[in-house]
Ligand binder design. Sequence first.
Ligand SMILES: NC(=O)c1ccc[n+]([C@@H]2O[C@H](COP(=O)([O-])OP(=O)(O)OC[C@H]3O[C@@H](n4cnc5c(N)ncnc54)[C@H](OP(=O)(O)O)[C@@H]3O)[C@@H](O)[C@H]2O)c1
Length: 249
Amino acid sequence: MAASKRVALVTGGTRGIGRAVTERLAASGIRVAAAYARDVDAAEQVREVCQQNGGTVTLHRGDLGDPASCGTLVDNVLEQHGSLDYLVNNAGMVIEQHYGDITADDWHRHLSVNLSSAFFLTQVALTHMTEQRFGRIVNIGSVTGLMGSPVQIPYGAAKAGLIGLTRSTARAVARKGITVNCVIPGSFDTQLAQELTYTNRELITSMIPLGRWGRPEELAHAVVFLLDDLASYITGAVLTVDGGMSMGG
Ligand SMILES: NC(=O)c1ccc[n+]([C@@H]2O[C@H](COP(=O)([O-])OP(=O)(O)OC[C@H]3O[C@@H](n4cnc5c(N)ncnc54)[C@H](OP(=O)(O)O)[C@@H]3O)[C@@H](O)[C@H]2O)c1
């Protein structure tokens, strides 16, 4: 199938980094199913912008912290578009908390939205991708999963888990025409970053060798690179897009 006829599911594809991925894919003719949870205005806006530029975007609302919603989402995408070729597991959330303030619900919520949703979506998507012997899956991690954060404990655990999920899934489907990779953002100026309670922006900037925060389109570029037909020999890779932050020092 020509790359431009393909269908992408981008979770959290309506704001921030996911929106940049949606716009970039839609601009190249790929039909995009953009999933989101609550912000209807943001969702309508990205659909409109993409349509004005000749792209096709369908919107899918649901809480991906619920495994049943993950199955329903993939079914809806297949029903509306007839195919699913690219899965970008990007939806994420973080609430900054100190150790003693984290409840069992906080722990489970961070794991279900940031990690389990990627597993459940992948599990359902693989049925279709295996049948067609083609698929590209990109999981969006976080530098917190590599470097840790004293106020993002469950989030850091979930994002580190995504690396293990990426590599194990990559091995499981390696002979089926499906690649699975992980892109790790550093600091990007999105709503998620703006709502962080304890993080000190200046301190973060001082930790970035390139000396600035990233732009969502710079992250989208890495995702699109991994979705490309010629990325067929890349699987199980973990690609940091963080201005050098995770090099440490
Ligand atoms: N920004 C950064 O500096 C940074 C750094 C490292 C990693 N990341 C990762 O990059 C990804 C995108 O982050 P972002 O900064 O672009 O975040 P964002 O601007 O807050 O956007 C988050 C997107 O995810 C959706 N979402 C959140 N919870 C959901 C749920 N339970 N079910 C379905 N959709 C849900 C949101 O939908 P609604 O609009 O409806 O809420 C929104 O579309 C996340 O995985 C994040 O962890 C970001």
